[in-house]
Design a protein around this ligand. Structure first.
Ligand code: PMT
Length: 405
């Protein structure tokens, strides 16, 4: 079979997970298309999957033994799901049954496919296939939402004639379209090669005394997702992070830890001039105590203290003033009311190219959540997006920014 010329899938390592459902026959076509595009494919099939399609067919097409069990029965050879997870440039599970989706959502690692999924470091695509009522059931939908919140991409099933004889939503997406989704993913993989990106994330803590501070609820999840998305596209990222409980191991991301707004500004100023893209996602405290008490302010020996506050520097506005032609500066706006007007005002005042508005009035948006619902606002208008995982939101934002490069 000759490879599709210049497919972004050429040379990619893909783990194709196949579950037990009628749509498993379509995986053969998917496998063929992936191989034709030049990908190296390792099939991992669930025990139920083998009832629908034989490993012989799949190994003949992939030119690799199909993995299903933890051990090969006659030789005792152990198949390492960890190695497979690390080998994969992406994992696609097609068809994904309700059972496997549930196991993936809740970490039920009782077969090779789910253990490989849990070990995978790369992006995971899930193409569900099942009867319409199973698909619509709140438990399936909740499990799919959980997978989205982990950053997995759900390739929505189509509406049509189903194996049960009923008609509705549940047909696995056609293999050609699944390949297109994967190609788009890899086409943008190196789209920021050679670019330098500065991102701020998390809260800032403004010291009152050695044990107390002024802070906020930012977890850093949105900013870290942006950093990982940019790094996955080949950028060299400096992530200036306030105090958060999360970490990132993503290659290409240099994390610079700070505590206060002033420290954050100082670190940003070191790298801003050399950055092509800067994204201000941190929830920076607007005020800091005018003076920091040297020792703990004691309840017993003082009246109720009055803490005088001073304004913190506005990091985004400071960088906005220094911005050169060709640099892109994006901000966030966390609003509770009058959202669009407030965000548009910040866009202008801080000399930003775009601002990403999220509102605490939207369920699942803002602080601490794994999801966000944003509207990207620039001088041409406001572009709303539905609720998505923070990694998917990051991808939408970077797609938007890339159109400006
Ligand atoms: O960290 P998570 O839990 O995932 O939550 C994500 C988030 C809600 C923190 C994020 O999506 C977000 O909205 N970040 C910006 C929060 C904020 O401070 O918004 P703001 O409207 O107050 O600030 C507007 C912009 O100016 C922001 O880009 C902010 O980084 C920047 N700013 C604000 C004050 C200041 N002194 N300096 C700044 O640079």
């Amino acid at each position: 079979m000759s490879a599709t010329p210049c497919s972004p899938l050429a040379g990619k390592h893909i783990v194709l997970g196949i579950c037990g459902g009628i749509a498993a026959y379509k995986s053969v076509f998917l496998l063929r298309l992936l191989i034709k595009a030049g990908a190296e494919v390792q099939v991992v099939i669930t025990p139920a999957g083998k009832q629908f399609i034989t490993p012989v067919t799949l190994s003949a097409l992939s030119q690799k033994p199909v993995v299903s069990e933890f051990f090969t029965a006659n030789t005792g050879e152990w198949h390492s799901h960890v190695d497979l997870g690390l080998w994969a440039d992406c994992m696609v599970i097609a068809p994904a049954t309700a059972s496997t989706i549930g196991k993936m959502a809740h970490g039920v690692a009782d077969n090779m496919l789910v253990t490989t999924y849990l070990s995978a470091k790369s992006h995971v695509f899930v193409a569900p296939a099942m009867d319409l009522d199973m698909m619509a059931h709140p438990s399936t939908q909740a499990n799919l939402d959980l997978l989205r919140s982990y950053g997995n991409t759900i390739i929505e099933p189509e509406t049509g004639y189903l194996a049960s004889g009923l008609t509705g939503k549940g047909r696995m997406e056609e293999p050609e379209n699944i390949v297109k989704v994967l190609e788009q993913h890899f086409a943008r993989t190196r789209s920021l090669e050679g670019k330098k990106v500065l991102i701020t994330a998390g809260p800032t803590y403004e010291k009152i005394d050695p044990v107390r501070f002024i802070g906020n609820y930012s977890s850093g999840k949105m900013g870290y997702a942006l950093a990982e998305e940019c790094a996955a596209r080949g950028a060299e990222v400096t992530l200036v992070s306030g105090p958060v409980a999360i970490t990132t191991e993503a290659p290409g991301v240099k994390v610079v830890k700070v505590e206060s707004a002033r420290e954050m500004l100082a670190e940003c100023e070191k790298v801003f001039a050399g950055s092509d893209i800067s994204i201000m996602c941190a929830a920076v405290a607007d005020y800091a105590p005018a003076a920091v008490a040297e020792s703990k302010i004691k309840r017993e020996h003082s009246d109720v203290p009055v803490i005088e506050l001073v304004k913190n520097p506005d990091i985004a506005a400071t960088l906005g003033t220094a911005k050169r032609q060709g640099q892109i500066l994006a901000g966030f706006a966390l609003e509770t009311d009058n959202e669009a007007d407030n965000a548009a005002e910040k866009l202008d005042r801080k000399n930003l190219d775009l601002i990403v508005m999220n509102s605490l009035r939207d369920k699942g948006a803002g602080f601490g959540t794994d999801t966000n619902k944003v509207t990207i606002i620039d001088r041409t208008g406001a572009y709303p997006y539905p609720l998505k995982s923070k990694r998917e939101v990051a991808s939408d934002i970077i797609d938007n920014i890339e159109t400006r490069l």
